[in-house]
Design a protein around this ligand. Structure first.
Ligand code: DGL
Length: 269
């Protein structure tokens, strides 16, 4: 079946996934632009952090998640995760009959048109080692110099609700100082968990120089669904959350970006 035929049923859900609460930073922006949609969100907390996994492991995980969404009969899947976008999108993109939106590839155009010469990227070790950001941006604009820095500790700080602990602030400061040595004009938060750390990051960077790509990503998704005639034009809207471990923790950790009315459903893929 053609991807757009599948979506002719405009009421079908748009699904999101990430290793945990990070993808909610994207979900929040998409929901703002598209309030009349049916949404599914899967937080793969059992396999968190993705950024420390191999490509083979990430592909196996992503396939299970895509297969789950296929059974849920979704019209689109949003990879609200930079790591899986970098490591699995190219391998899986033709294997499913719904639309697939990877964050890095979807925002590269906007990021490459920034009127700057020096750009910084904070991301997980897997994303940084893949050089997905510098590759995608320099393909479109080779004049931007991209400094990429891996921040292995940051995802756990968010998932374990340790945002304001002195040790967390120290770990963030260490990477911030490393980044400042590159004198970037703007810095991309290249992991969807990092916007949870904005308050601490603002101690080291000017607020307006930190870029959360989720806004540009949400616009991209809206425009593309619109172009493909896939937007829900009825008044029905719903949301359903799933996790692969520890639903209580997910509900607490998600608070900065999403108030869950009930606990997410625990599922095993
Ligand atoms: N939030 C994801 C990302 O954007 C994955 C973080 C992780 O689990 O390491 O890369």
């Amino acid at each position: 079946m053609d991807k757009s035929d599948k979506g002719k049923n405009k009421k079908l859900p748009i699904a999101f996934f990430d290793s945990g609460v990070g993808g909610l930073t994207v979900y929040k922006e998409v929901k703002k632009l598209l309030p009349n949609e049916n949404y599914l969100y899967f937080g793969d907390t059992l396999n968190m952090p993705y950024g420390e996994k191999t490509q083979t492991e990430l592909i196996e995980i992503a396939r299970k998640i895509f297969d789950f969404f296929k059974r849920q009969n979704v019209k689109a899947v949003v990879m609200a995760c930079n790591t899986t976008s970098a490591m699995t999108y190219d391998i899986l993109k033709n294997d499913y009959d719904f639309k697939i939106y990877p964050i890095i590839q979807s925002v590269a155009k906007v990021m490459s048109s920034l009127p700057i010469k020096k750009l910084g990227v904070f991301a997980t070790p897997a994303t940084i080692n893949s050089h997905a950001y510098s590759r995608e941006i320099n393909k479109l604009n080779p004049t931007i110099n991209v400094a990429e820095i891996a921040c292995p500790a940051w995802v756990r700080i968010v998932e374990e609700n340790r945002l304001n602990q002195p040790q967390s602030i120290e770990q963030i400061k260490e990477k911030a100082q490393e980044m400042l040595k590159n004198t970037p004009e703007k810095i991309i938060l290249g992991c969807t968990h990092y916007p949870y750390l904005t308050e601490v990051l603002n101690q080291f960077f000017n607020k307006e120089n930190l870029i959360d790509p989720s806004k540009a990503f949400a616009k991209f998704i809206k425009n593309d669904l619109e172009l493909c005639g896939l937007l829900n034009d009825t008044n029905s809207h719903s949301e359903k959350f799933y996790v692969s471990s520890n639903p209580e923790n997910f509900k607490i950790a998600s608070k900065l970006f999403c108030e869950l009315k009930e606990l997410p459903e625990l599922i095993k893929l």
